[in-house]
Design a protein around this ligand. Structure first.
Ligand code: PXP
Length: 238
């Protein structure tokens, strides 16, 4: 069965909106795991806009499935990851001004720095995945950098405006997944997947795991809203 990694960054984003303690990302992780998540994904960004070091340390202690730390190749972040020892590190490009990760990592264009980061993390026993666009040259570069897994960026597919556009992107993703699998690289995918478009990705059997955040947290806000209101209403009873 296709595995599900749940990205819980938005739980921390909501907490940061008020600068308080709630909602607690580690608590959210426990609920995701109980509901069937196969891994918990958190992105410790250089600007610490949502997840903080304290969060990923707590997650490291509490996550029972697998902790997948999304991160840039910044030296400070790499040394935090080496101390934290998540089960997996997913290397992503990072820009300060972006709202979310925009493109895949240009492994082909930056092979030395990326290979060094991969090696440092692997030396600590951390599995390393590279978040890349569905292109052969990036898959070849990922293999040369020593990565045992890749995460195919599904952002372009998800942004597709028509069924035809999405079908073309899905075919590119399938071809890339096939190419990577033939080279013994484990394949994950993610970004922008939701309750509708995921149906076109699920049949791609080379993909082992999907990492999904935004759509799941959005849905949680809505489907959990009725319970939250009725619990508060019950507290107001005199
Ligand atoms: N995979 C990677 C590498 C990401 O950067 C993100 C966003 O943090 C996701 C998956 C999840 O994307 P979304 O929140 O759009 O589901």
């Amino acid at each position: 069965m296709l595995k599900l990694g749940v990205n819980i960054d938005h739980v921390a984003t909501l907490r940061e909106a008020r600068g308080g303690e709630d909602p607690e990302p580690a608590f959210a992780a426990m609920i995701c795991e109980t509901a069937g998540a196969d891994s918990i994904v958190a992105h410790l960004r250089e600007d610490r806009r949502h997840m903080k070091e304290r969060d990923v340390c707590l997650l490291r202690e509490m996550v029972r499935t697998r902790l997948n730390l999304e991160m840039s190749i910044d030296a400070q972040i790499v040394s935090i990851a080496c101390r934290l020892k998540p089960d997996q590190a997913t290397l992503v490009p990072e820009k300060r001004k972006e709202l979310t990760t925009e493109g895949g990592l240009d492994v082909a264009g930056n092979p030395v720095k990326i290979k060094n980061a991969v090696r440092k993390l692997q030396d600590k026993g951390i599995a390393v995945s590279l978040f890349i666009d569905p292109e052969r040259k990036q898959i070849d570069a990922a293999r040369k950098a020593g990565a045992s897994r890749i995460e195919i960026h599904t952002g372009q597919f998800a942004r597709g405006k028509s069924d035809e556009g999405r079908a073309i992107s899905a075919r590119q993703i399938k071809a890339a997944a096939d190419y990577a699998e033939k080279q013994n690289i484990a394949v994950c995918a993610g970004h922008g997947l939701d309750y509708h478009n995921v149906k076109m990705i699920v049949p791609i059997t080379q993909i082992e795991e999907l990492n999904i955040g935004h759509a799941i947290i959005c849905r949680a806000v809505l489907v959990g809203l009725a319970q939250a209101v009725s619990e508060m209403k019950a507290l107001l009873e005199r």
